[in-house]
Ligand binder design. Sequence first.
Ligand SMILES: [Zn+2]
Length: 100
Amino acid sequence: MSASAQTVPSAAWPEGVVARYLTVGGALVDVSHDMKLIDDTEPNLSIAHCGGEGCKASHHELWTHYGYRTDNGSRGADQEVSKWAQAHAETCRALPRPTA
Ligand SMILES: [Zn+2]
């Protein structure tokens, strides 16, 4: 198990995590990239997951909604999802999920 029981913000981030926010309850909201469909071969959305115990909050934005000619939209989607993650982190009081 590489997962650490400590929620030290400077601990190594899981692979693929592009941003993370510490909630008022001490849990982490991770922003990462994911694929919309099971048969998609490349990431095409940004998604935030709250790691709070019992908190199933998540939010995603499709890159296509933010893409321009020179940009696949990941940056815009990251920003939007990060905004949501930050707002959720400010209100979520769920405690960190115990690590097994
Ligand atoms: Zn939460």
